[in-house]
Design a binder for this molecule. Structure first.
Ligand code: IMP
Length: 429
């Protein structure tokens, strides 16, 4: 049938995995197309939230094949941990149910060490990466010295490639960062074991996806990180190193535009960002704290690895319209609308003022964006608890006006709204 692309429409953490969980049930393949274990997704099994970083949302649907696509960078140690954990909950991720593309890049220990060393050296100008090695792994891919998953089936070639990776990394660690070298023997031994474990999972997933499409099946492309973190169109250099947008679905999975019939952008009813970089509608006061939550539940705005509070602020419609355009969004899923309950009025950004000139479009160029101040429109708020709303008619008029404003500004329909973390709290508009 066709591919549905599910994409974060802001700076990540929009709640993509909750929607992926819902759509996975109707798909025969769920495929990640970008990034690595820098992603933080949640699947809820028997009311227990389980965090995943690499494995797609189809893990707990027995009929779904889960694909780690060619556009990814895969840390095999994290993958092993995650598979073991999910299997402990009954996921049964056999090689039939978890497929690694032959062209996917492996993220190796030198990448992690270099990411950390680079961030430390940047000091106050650090990018605020997850220190998972993502940037250095994509650097090696583009420099054409990366280690592809297909090499895992040949232990001799694989070991040589891993040792060459450690040698290259050690040169930079010791020369550029005055760090101790990594232990090549220990890494080679550990990775030979990991390769033996995961070699049976490696296939041509592009062929697999096209076979499913030919049979008339549905494929879900699950995005990680958000549009504004895209390597090309995001707020460079404060971005991740992969293509997070619809273009990344095409290259990361090997499908053409004609296959992608739905492009769903997931957007929070406000905005958040982790790490450094511009965020025009950020609120530094108690309103920012209120949008963030206290951290008492996993739905609050705190980073998964370090627990660092996410930066929070008002909905930026200029940025959302930009995301709608560059992704070709066909629909928007609006998450966390309940968080805005009780705020009166609710500002939303409808333009930027740059050096006193209003500009209607999102400038991803940092030198322009840094000069911009948001221009707000104030929308009426509501006080009623909306967490039990299950139909659009259950929402107060002001909440419906808020949704309508998003649709009018972006030109994209809001098809689903979430009013809480439970699966039952997402409803169709
Ligand atoms: P990296 O992807 O670890 O290189 O980090 C680059 C930037 O992307 C940093 O600002 C991170 O905080 C951000 N980032 C990476 N993954 C995520 C995510 O899953 N959600 C939100 N931000 C992310």
């Amino acid at each position: 049938m066709s591919v549905t692309a599910l994409i974060g429409a802001q700076w990540g953490d929009e709640g993509v995995s909750h929607i992926a969980d819902m759509l996975a049930a109707q798909s025969s393949i769920v495929a990640r197309y970008n990034g690595g274990d820098n992603a933080d997704h949640t699947v809820t099994i028997r009311s227990t939230p389980i965090r995943t970083h690499l494995i797609p949302a189809g893990a707990f649907y027995p009929h779904v094949a889960n694909v780690l696509g060619a556009g990814m960078v895969i840390n095999l140690q994290s993958l092993a941990r995650e598979v073991d954990e999910l299997n402990g909950y009954g996921a049964n991720l056999t090689p039939d149910r978890l497929k690694i593309d032959q062209a996917a890049q492996l993220l190796l220990p030198g990448h992690i060490a270099l990411d950390g060393a680079g961030e430390t050296e940047r000091g106050a100008d650090a990018l605020g990466t997850t220190k998972r090695g993502i940037g250095p792994a994509y650097t090696d891919k583009m420099a054409r010295v990366g280690v592809r998953a297909s090499l895992m089936s040949d232990p001799v070639l694989f070991e040589a490639a891993v040792r060459a990776h450690v040698e290259r990394s050690n040169l930079r660690l010791t020369r550029d960062y005055q760090q101790p070298p990594l232990d090549a023997d220990a890494i080679a031994a550990a990775y030979l074991q990991l390769a033996a474990r995961f070699a049976p999972n490696v296939v041509d997933t592009t062929a697999l996806i096209h076979a499913a499409l030919d049979r008339g099946e549905q494929v879900l492309a699950e995005g990680a990180q958000g549009t504004l973190l895209d390597i090309d169109h995001g707020t460079y250099p404060y971005v991740t190193s992969s293509s997070t947008i619809t273009g990344g679905v095409l290259t990361g999975l090997g499908v053409g535009p004609k296959h992608v019939k739905r492009v769903i952008g997931v957007a929070k009813a406000f905005c958040s960002r982790v790490g450094s970089g511009p965020f025009p509608t950020e609120q530094h006061d108690e309103m920012g704290d209120r949008l963030r939550g206290t951290g008492a539940n996993p739905w609050d705005e705190f980073g998964w690895m370090t627990g660092r509070p996410r930066r929070t602020g008002w909905l930026d419609l200029v940025a959302l319209k930009f995301a709608a355009r560059i992704n070709g969004l066909t629909e928007i899923v609006l998450t966390k609308l309940d968080v805005l309950t009780g705020i009166q009025p609710i500002p939303v950004c409808i333009a930027y003022s740059c050096s006193d000139t209003p500009i209607p479009n999102f400038p991803s160029d940092l030198s322009v964006l840094n000069q911009c101040a948001p221009i707000y429109s104030e929308l009426p708020g509501w006080d009623q608890d909306i967490s039990r709303a299950r139909r659009i008619e259950d929402l107060p008029l002001a909440a419906r006006v808020y949704i309508l404003q998003i649709e009018t500004f972006t030109g994209v329909r809001v098809t689903h709204v979430s009013v809480g973390p439970e699966r039952s709290q997402i409803f169709e508009v």
